[in-house]
Ligand binder design. Structure first.
Ligand SMILES: *Cc1c(COP(=O)(O)O)cnc(C)c1O
Length: 395
């Protein structure tokens, strides 16, 4: 296709919901004349922290930056090992590698629960293990209480990758809490296809004052004051206490984020409605297996709607069948441990197989899910899935 605009999906995999409020918010920033990290970023951080119930929230340039800063600020370094799932986006694992630490892949629980198996994590502990990086796959909270218990028993840090799960809840004995607040640090992504978007952007949250201070320094070159402080006459100079990064968010993105955050609960509720409808339609279709059916749907951020094809089904033929009908689908994820860059992490002959991850990843297809998905779009998708299996079975 020479013109990318020429191809329009009848049902895209994801679609951003932006309205006149977002446009006005960004225009107001442009008119204000102050574009780099300033008052709107501060307000976005305060509101995000209040929404989650965390002490600190630091806005950053991406979810990957959030994960990198969390790993660094928690002191991960060469020689350390970090337990993490392989069924995730590659950024979760790269953040560990940036620090020199080694990711040790943990299997998922199984087809019913695509989050990491805490029992497998326990089997993979070593004297070098320093942290567990837990991902909340598709917006469904992993068993964070069990992860926390394992970590507490072995003096490990917990980093939560909440890229799929802003607003999701996990159960605690004292009642539900927002994911991102259960570990040492919670990392969020505001990439364009996530539940809350600023185009590119992210947030790292923590209750630990000292950790927040290290994150703040690392985010902006290790400098002790910001351009914004100096602009307001709060300071003339600065010291550099560590060689940090430029991982800041800007005011345009923070303005977008403030509008999106105000809409997040409503958008997540829509995602849950669509998920319920998908489940009703597809549950009667025995060849397709659904995951997370035991999870509390009202606690999920419903970022993805994964289905599992029967083992041995020709997935490419299925994806092509949907594509021909104008339905975009995807795979979440090719497991990270199978990519060539990560296979090199082990000595030759080392058995690094993850049986559940490999079996499920080979069967997984992600169907379109976004707040604005219409009833007729959803029917188009479920109708196509039904038609495919009716044909495949020659009925
Ligand atoms: C999107 C995503 C990230 C990375 O976020 P960016 O903002 O794109 O850097 C990390 N982990 C998971 C699970 C993601 O889906």
């Amino acid at each position: 296709m020479s013109d990318p605009e020429a191809w329009r999906w009848r049902v895209p995999l994801a679609e951003v919901s932006l309205g006149p409020e977002e446009v006005e918010a960004v225009c107001r920033v442009v008119r204000s004349g102050w574009l780099s990290m300033g008052p709107r970023v501060q307000e976005f951080e305060q509101r995000f922290a209040a929404f989650l119930g965390s002490r600190h929230a630091l806005a950053v340039a991406s979810g990957t930056a959030a994960l990198h800063l969390a790993c660094l600020a928690l002191g991960l370094k060469a020689g350390d090992e970090v337990l993490c799932p392989s069924l995730t986006f590659v950024a979760s694992v790269n953040a560990i590698l940036y620090t020199g630490a080694r990711p040790v892949f943990v299997d998922i629980a199984g087809p019913h629960d695509l989050n990491l198996s805490v029992a497998d994590a326990a089997r993979k502990l070593s004297p070098r293990t320093r942290a567990i990086l837990a991902v909340h796959y598709g917006g469904y909270a992993c068993d964070l209480e069990a992860v926390r218990a394992l970590a507490a028993g072995h003096g490990l840090k917990v980093i939560e990758d909440c890229a799929h799960a802003p607003g999701a809840l996990y159960p605690t004995p004292a009642g539900p809490r927002r994911v991102g607040t259960g570990g040492s640090a919670g990392c969020f992504s505001f990439f364009a296809n996530k539940n809350l978007t600023t185009g590119e952007g992210g947030m790292v949250v923590t209750d630990d004052d000292e950790l927040a201070e290290r994150l703040r320094l690392l985010r902006s070159h290790g400098m002790t004051t910001l351009t914004w402080d100096r602009h307001r006459g709060h300071s003339f100079s600065y010291d550099v206490v560590t060689p940090g990064f430029n991982y800041r968010l800007d005011e345009m993105r923070a303005a977008l984020g403030l509008v999106q955050l105000a809409r997040l609960e409503e958008a997540n509720a829509r995602r849950r409605q669509h998920t319920r409808r998908y489940r009703e339609k597809l549950r009667e279709l025995p060849p397709v297996q659904l995951s997370f059916l035991d999870a509390d749907l009202t606690a999920s951020a419903c970022h993805l709607f994964p289905i599992l094809l029967p083992a041995g089904e020709n997935r490419l033929a299925f994806l092509e069948f949907l594509r021909e009908r104008g339905i975009q689908s995807s795979i979440h994820y090719p497991p990270v441990h199978t990519f060539s860059a990560y296979r090199r992490l082990w000595p030759p002959g080392h058995d690094h197989r993850l049986p559940q991850t490999e079996a499920v990843a080979a069967r997984e297809v992600t169907l379109p899910l976004f707040p604005g998905l219409t009833a007729s779009q959803l029917e188009l998708v479920t109708g196509a899935v039904q038609e495919y299996f009716a044909r495949a079975r020659g009925s």
